[in-house]
Each structure stands twice: as C-alpha cells, then as structure tokens.
Design a protein around this ligand. Structure first.
Ligand SMILES: Cc1ncc(COP(=O)(O)O)c(C=O)c1O
Length: 389
C-alpha cells in the first residue's frame, strides 16, 4: 500500500556503517535503519549466530518454554533492574503491552476508567492505542475515534503533571519517551525524571518509559533512564534490540511485574528463538566491543564538530545530542535536505519538520563520523544560505 513516500534508492548490501545500492554505489549510513542497526549492518558475529540459529530452531510457540527467551529476559532484567519481560515484535506492540498493563493495574484497584498521562510531541507507534498516546495530530488524523483514557501534558513540565494529579482521580500511569526521538530529539532537564518518579510515588502511579529509540546503548548507557538515579516501573524496547530481526519487549518491576496473569496478553511470534538469539547476540556485541563508550566518544565528537563547523549559524540553530542521538534544529522546515544528502551518498533523516536527525551505529569510527559531519554541515550551510538571511 502507499504508506511511505520512498526515496529513489534500493539497497542490496550492508557492512558496518556502509550500504550499497543496486547500481553498486556506496552510502554512509548515519541513520541505521532509524536506530535499528546499532551494531552496524551485518555484523559478522551476528550473522554467524543467526545462521546457526536458523539451522537449529526458528520458531516453536509461547505455549512451551523457550531457552533463548528465558536467557534474554534474564539479561534484560539484570541490565535494567526490572524484574519481568514480555516479548513481542515491534515498538508499538511493546507500548500496547505497557498500556494494557497500566489499565489492568488500574482496574485491579477498582479504577473504572484508568487514564494514562502522555506527552506532547511524543511518538509511541501506529496501532490505535499507541497513535492515541502519540502527541502528533498528523499521526492521528483520519483515524478517529481515538481511544479514551489518555491525558496529554507538555514534555519536560512537572507543573503540568502536578496539575493533572490534583484534578484527576483516574490516573494510573505516566508514559513517556525518556528522550524524545520523532518529536525532534528532545532531552529534558536534569531533574525531570526524578520529579515524575516523586509524583508517581505520591499517587501510586506507574512510571513507564518508552526507550524504543533512545535505549540499548545509544546514549552511552544501556538505558537512557540510567543517566538519572530513577527506576521506572516499566520500560519498552524494540528497534536496536534485534539488530533488524523484529523483536520488542515490555519490562516491568515491582508492583507492575505481577499485573499480567496467563491469558491477559500474548503474541504468536513474540520472543521466538530466532528473534531472541538476535537480541542476545546484539547485547553481547555491545558489551564485548565497548560500544557504549564508543557511542559517547564519537557522539561527543560529532556534536562538538557540528557546533564548530556551523558556528556562523549558531544564533538560528539548536544542536542537541547525547551519544549517538543527535538533532540539529533549523529555523525553517528542511525535509528537502534528506534527498540532497542521499545525492551526496549520506543517509540522514529530518523529523518534526525542522530537525535533521542522526542515529548512527554505535560502532561508527572517527573517520566515518568526520565524513558525516563534513557532508551534513556543508548541506545545512548550503540550505541556510539560500533560505535564511
Ligand atoms: C520512541 C518510539 N516508540 C515506539 C515506536 C514504534 O516502534 P515500531 O515502529 O517498531 O512499532 C517508535 C518508532 O519510531 C519510537 O521511536
């Protein structure tokens, strides 16, 4: 169906941060399939593990025990400090699981219309519940009636959450991206998560973090919430977890971990041996190759270099970054930069109309990062010279 305005290119091969099209041209990938290929394309350790798994066991069913799924649950819970995991196939499904968990948590306490606080400029997926939770009218328009049971507040505004707390007795949870991706690469103030945790504790709400885009080492920690002292009650993952083999996860701890009982939620493919092997191997590669440290070193280098090379435009640009999650906000819509970058054989993306977004693989090397910065800075300069006085 006609659901994507596709760029005029077909990639047929990938290696590390490089992709080749069907004409043999090579491209530098600074987007990694939108934060999916965090260990680069076709990492040899991953390829070997997947080949081995495909020839051993691909799928059984969740009506049986699955070794790799249990190992992956153990691994993710020990990395995050959460206690239980539910596996599915995408970010939207992971968030659906979190939303259902919060509603059931509310009903178990006799709350008839359990309501979840969500954020402006958020993105949580395209299913009916997750597009309702998403803070972007474009994602929702035409799909009404939306679901009930959501209240929206501005991101990074504790006062707005306090106001809702004072006026609504049906709230059961807050759902937010720890760092916003699609909404323009937005990072909150240092005390924001702590403030949300405090409000949740005072009111008996669940703090649920969507780390589908910002999680799994991208910002220099396994999970972005680990930059703070705060523990969430639930967290969702997908994208980078399986390095391109579809997998999503909803993790939960404390009172949230015991909410689902057999029959409450399920997925045919979720957590199958192939997807879980991909995820386990991805985690091994990130750990064994020190990729979180590399994400910080190279991410900082890129952020600083952008600041230096675009210094002449510092009054009109906002350059935001944490590790390998970088956004450069222009003063005007700039989506035409994406096909221009493609012509120069560099893959970037524009989100929220005005924000050039880079989500490179965590193992991008300095020379490659330098090439990305050179090309993208030149493009932005060319664009601004023609559009902005
Ligand atoms: C923060 C966040 N949550 C959820 C999703 C939805 O994930 P998926 O496309 O795998 O359903 C995305 C996708 O961009 C995302 O960035």
């Amino acid at each position: 169906m006609n659901t994507y305005a596709r760029l005029p290119v077909t990639f047929v091969k990938g290696e590390g941060v490089w992709l080749w099209d069907d004409q043999g041209n090579r491209y530098l990938d600074a987007l990694s399939g939108i934060a999916v290929c965090g260990v680069g394309h076709c990492h040899p350790v991953l390829v070997k593990a997947l080949c081995e798994q495909v020839s051993t066991l691909i799928h059984t069913s969740n009506v049986y025990h699955i070794q790799h799924q249990e190992r992956l649950a153990d691994r993710l819970t020990s990395l995050s400090g959460l206690e239980k995991a539910f596996f599915c196939n995408s970010g939207a499904e992971a968030n659906e699981a979190a939303i259902k968990l919060a509603r059931l948590y509310g009903h178990n306490q006799g709350i008839n219309l359990p309501t979840i606080i969500v954020m402006e400029r958020s993105f949580h997926g395209r299913t009916m519940a997750t597009l309702t939770a998403t803070g972007n009218r474009k994602t929702q328009a035409g799909f009404e009636p939306l679901l009930t049971g959501f209240v929206r507040v501005p991101y990074d505004d504790l006062e707005a959450v306090n106001k809702v707390a004072a006026n609504n007795r049906e709230i059961v949870a807050i759902l937010l991206e720890t760092y916003q991706g699609e909404g323009g690469v937005n990072f909150p103030q240092a005390n924001y998560l702590q403030g949300l945790r405090r409000i949740c504790d005072q009111n008996g709400w669940l703090l649920m973090l969507d780390e589908v885009q910002c999680g799994l080492g991208r910002t220099g920690k396994w999970f972005a919430f680990q930059h703070s002292e705060v523990m969430p009650d639930a967290m969702t993952l997908a994208k980078g977890l399986g390095s391109g083999v579809p997998i999503g996860a909803c993790l939960a701890g404390g009172k949230a971990a015991e909410v689902f009982k057999p029959g409450n939620h399920a997925s045919t493919f979720g957590g199958n041996p192939l997807a879980c092997r991909a995820a386990l191997t991805t985690l091994d590669i990130i750990e064994q190759e020190g990729l979180m440290d590399n994400a910080v070193t190279i991410g900082n280098f890129m952020w600083e270099e952008f600041g230096r090379r675009l210094q002449a435009w510092q009054d009109v640009l906002k350059i935001r970054g944490q590790g390998m999650m970088i956004g450069i906000e222009l003063p005007v819509p700039c989506s035409e930069l994406v096909p221009e970058a493609l012509k120069r054989r560099v893959l970037v993306n524009v989100t929220s109309e005005k924000v050039v977004r880079l989500l490179p693989a965590l193992n991008m090397q300095k020379a490659e990062a330098e090439q990305v910065v050179t090309e993208v800075s030149a493009l932005i300069t060319w664009f601004l010279e023609s559009r902005v006085k």
